[in-house]
Write a protein that binds this ligand. Structure first.
Ligand code: SRM
Ligand code: SF4
Length: 574
């Protein structure tokens, strides 16, 4: 019997978001009107909730929030749009469009996300329709990039096994397409599609998978190709692990019920690892994804939003319940899971030749932010590459960018531009920095309790000094920082993890598995930079001196007794 957890009952009244969804007429609400309303740069809260399904969040610039309040001005409202790219694959032309939209309507930067999507921040309400239309003109879209539906489906961008990767990627795209909501609201609001009257709604439009109230909470799917676990398959609501034999795709192990978010001080919330529940053939994968989504639709908690993710649905009932329910809905049974090993959950940088003989270059993009700085013209450099590049770009699950499928004859030209703009595979940095991720946090994220993207690089400068002293500059250690316990950088899977508590203060975690198969554990609470460095320094030196051969940092801190291992989120707070 698997362990279960009593989570707050779902028999209470529906949460406010459920009410908004019910009344929204398939995600319309009054969005069309409030986006057009000229008197305020913002939109009302109910529409902002619906806006997420359309791939956008209203935010305000938190750097100027207090000053504007003093001046009795409304917050500096602006919108972030998230552009979905299943498996992170986009063409050069699409990349150029994103660049242009960010320059013209956004804050002039692009943000590669931890789920292989692109975010453009700082778009004013008056420019939202134009921006979304341009995104759609480029054959990308923002629909279902956020909201209580299935999000961007992640997939390993592995250039080594091009053929198998291509096949797995195609399945990921099909899962994504199959689970995309069917409402016409997006087209109607943003692309001036034909209006659907609410009284004839049911005749014209249905959501065969989601139903009219969609899911109780966001839902995330990732597909891993071993030995790389770059998609952090155990952090996904639903994961698929490609099983390969003699370079042929046999099928997928199915992983259910992962998630990273929690709330400080609430032990009913916790990060959780997905559990491997069986194996399916390639052509069964869409059926499995659909049925799992419907189980979450029917059993997820619609009363307490904090406990509405799939991990809680499973933990309240047990894994056996899930497999029984799934097998029943499928009408056939999952096969026993195949054995599989992961080696790492990071990206592999630099040049690599695929089995299709084409070249790929993975660029190190610190924390996913593409912008021009005085001495590093990353944004301009990438634009110039996109102008001549005939292959594709792949956004990696670790916020980096792979310039993919370069013909041998074109390699020198790309190489020249990489050199000209000083773009890098990160080899001049420590292995720690190459394995680091920070979420966006301030100034755009409304939920940030502490800095993350803007702070981690300077903290790393100091940790790197300790690593140099200890002779560990080239030791790969996974470090992740999130500005709040939502864990958007998948911080609970960092061998070293920091989660924001208050400005300048972080909870400090240790001991996740290097390949993303074990959670970390709280080591010190609410500490600032000096204490972080004081705490970390002796541990790093201890590791340098006493690690056994090939022992990973996350494994060492457990063996040395700094923290207990956490193999299930149900033990995260023990
Ligand atoms: Fe996230 C909410 C940014 C990946 C867990 N996340 C947010 C919001 C939208 C804040 C908000 O709700 O107002 C952040 C916008 C910040 C900004 O200014 O851009 C935000 N999340 C991000 C991104 C951009 C972080 C990044 O640095 O790349 C990632 C976008 C992914 C994408 O392309 O879809 C991002 N978020 C994640 C991940 C990692 C993942 O999915 O692999 C997680 C942890 C995995 C999980 O979902 O369990 C994650 N984000 C959350 C949560 C907590 C959800 C929970 O139920 O536990 C929230 C808050 C919420 O949903 O209420 C959140
Ligand atoms: Fe914002 Fe928190 Fe996510 Fe960071 S972890 S982007 S602070 S919601």
């Amino acid at each position: 019997m698997s362990k279960t957890k009593l989570v707050p009952s779902q028999d209470g009244p529906l949460s406010d978001v459920e009410q908004i969804k019910i009344e929204s007429n398939y995600l319309r609400g009054t969005l069309a009107e409030t986006i057009a309303a000229p008197l305020t740069a913002g939109i009302p809260d109910e529409d902002n909730r619906l806006m997420k399904f359309h791939g956008s969040y209203m935010q305000d610039d938190r750097d100027v929030r207090n000053e504007r309040q003093k001046q009795k001005l409304e917050p500096a409202y602006q919108f972030m749009v998230r552009v979905r790219a299943p498996g992170g694959v986009i063409t050069s032309k699409q990349y150029i469009s994103m660049h242009n939209i960010a320059q013209k309507y956004g804050n002039g930067t692009l943000r590669l996300t931890t789920r292989q999507a692109i975010q453009i921040h700082g778009i004013l309400k008056w420019n939202m329709k134009k921006s979304i239309r341009k995104i759609n003109d480029s054959l990308l879209d923002t629909f279902a990039a956020c909201g209580d539906v299935n999000r961007n489906v992640m997939c390993n961008p592995n250039p080594y096994q091009s053929d198998v990767h291509g096949e797995v990627y195609e399945w990921s795209k099909r899962i994504s397409e199959h689970l995309t909501p069917r409402t016409h609201a997006y087209h109607e609001i943003w692309l001036d599609g034909e209006k659907v009257a609410s009284d004839t709604q049911s005749d014209k439009e249905t959501e065969p998978i989601y139903g009219p109230v969609y899911l109780p909470r966001k839902f995330k799917i990732g597909v891993a190709v071993p030995p790389s676990n770059d998609v952090d398959v155990f952090s996904q609501d639903l994961g698929f692990i490609a099983i390969l034999q003699d370079e042929q795709l046999q099928g997928f192990n199915v992983v259910a019920g992962g998630g990273m978010g929690m709330t400080h001080g609430d032990t009913n919330t916790y990060p959780q690892l997905g559990r491997i529940i069986g194996f399916c053939l390639p052509n069964q994968v869409i059926d499995v994804a659909e049925k799992i989504v419907t189980i979450q639709r029917d059993y997820g908690n619609r009363s307490v939003r904090k406990n509405a993710r799939f991990k809680y649905t499973i933990d309240a009932r047990g894994v056996e319940w899930l497999t029984d329910e799934l097998n029943e809905r499928l009408g056939w049974e999952l096969q026993p899971a195949r054995s599989v090993e992961f080696e790492h959950n990071g990206d592999r940088y630099g040049w690599v030749k695929g089995t299709n003989k084409k070249w790929n270059f993975t660029l190190f993009i610190e924390n996913g932010r593409i912008k021009d700085r005085d001495n590093y013209k990353l944004m301009t450099g990438l634009l110039e590459i996109a102008k001549i590049h005939k292959g594709d770009f792949r956004l990696t699950p670790n916020q980096n960018l792979l310039i993919g499928n370069i013909e041998g004859k074109d390699k020198a030209q790309v190489e020249e531009l990489i050199k000209k703009y000083g773009l890098t595979d990160g080899k001049q940095y420590s292995a720690l920095r190459r394995n680091a991720m920070a979420c966006v946090a301030l100034p755009t994220c409304g939920l940030a309790m502490a800095e993350s993207e803007r702070y981690l690089p300077s903290l790393l400068d100091k940790i790197e000094e300790i690593l140099e002293e200890a002779g560990l500059r080239e030791e790969e250690i996974v470090i992740r920082m999130s500005g709040c316990p939502n864990g958007c950088s998948r911080a609970a899977l960092g061998e070293i993890g920091f989660i924001g508590k208050a400005p300048g203060k972080y909870n400090f975690y240790l001991g996740a598995g290097f390949s993303g198969n074990r959670l970390n554990k709280l080591y010190r609470e609410n500490i600032g930079e000096n204490e972080i460095l004081e705490e970390l320094k002796p541990i790093i030196h201890h590791y340098a001196k006493e690690r056994v051969e090939r022992e990973r940092f996350g494994d060492f801190v457990i063996r040395a007794g700094y923290v207990k291992p956490v193999h299930s989120g149900l033990d995260f707070h023990d």
